[in-house]
Design a binder for this molecule. Structure first.
Ligand code: DX5
Ligand code: ZN
Length: 221
């Protein structure tokens, strides 16, 4: 399968002003966002606490865009049903042992519910950790920062894993390649050149003076 054509932009709600959430969600949708990225943090798998299924259900009511739910939590398999009910279109879980789950079982439970299954790996995790699961996923998330906070600096060494994933895709796998963390107009170009087709962006969208310009610049137009 050749690389997907259009680069998809998924603004990360973590960077939005929660006191104006409805307005912000509608503004990025009007500005051309393709998906909405929702970061779920439990204070255990990562050293931060964000939000849960209730906020995902709220965003579901505000937008028809695909909801790309990123679970940075322990025991994600236990919580998958609640995010399915909240309206997630893609649910991504982490491969690291600190997530404390049976990765193949969790991915299968997501797909069994006709939801897209994603698998994420941190910058310090080798590609070999996800290789056994590539046939069972719809999306591979290569973290370009260590997870837990927005506004961090992009880590260019992670591009080697994007290239490895793209090689796997050239051998028949059909998953999207998503990058997340420190994505802006400059790093977006580098990621797309290496094979990523979905770009998550928090700070570079929600802190920009013009969401449409920021999104177009990352799409390379
Ligand atoms: C970090 C999250 C990212 C983060 C991106 O753990 O997974 O989605 O919100 O934010 P920026 O684009 O500001 O790095
Ligand atoms: Zn994320």
């Amino acid at each position: 399968m050749s690389a997907p054509s259009a680069t998809l932009i998924a603004p990360s709600i973590l960077a939005a002003d929660f006191s104006r959430l409805a307005e912000q969600v509608r503004a990025v949708e009007a500005a051309g966002a393709d998906w909405l990225h929702l970061d779920i943090m439990d204070g255990h798998f990562v050293d931060n606490i964000s939000f849960g299924p209730a906020l995902v259900a709220t965003v579901r009511k505000l937008s028809q865009l695909p909801l790309d739910v990123h679970l940075m939590i322990e025991r994600p398999g236990h919580y998958v049903p609640r995010f399915l009910e909240a309206g997630a279109n893609t649910i991504t879980v982490h491969v690291e042992p600190e997530a404390k789950h049976d990765v193949a079982e969790t991915l299968a439970s997501i797909r069994a519910a006709r939801c897209r299954a994603g698998l994420a790996l941190n910058p310090s995790t080798p590609f070999s950790a996800v290789a056994p699961h590539l046939a069972g996923i719809d999306l591979l998330l290569v973290m370009t920062v260590h997870p837990g906070f927005g506004g961090q600096a992009f880590r260019p060494e992670t591009m080697e894993k994007v290239r490895e994933a793209n090689r796997s895709r050239n051998n028949g796998a059909t998953f999207d390649i998503e990058v997340d963390g420190g994505i802006n107009a400059e790093t977006a170009t580098l990621c797309a050149e290496n094979g990523a087709n979905v770009l998550v962006a928090g700070t570079s969208v929600f802190r920009s003076p013009d969401y449409a310009v920021a999104i177009q610049q990352m799409r390379g137009r």
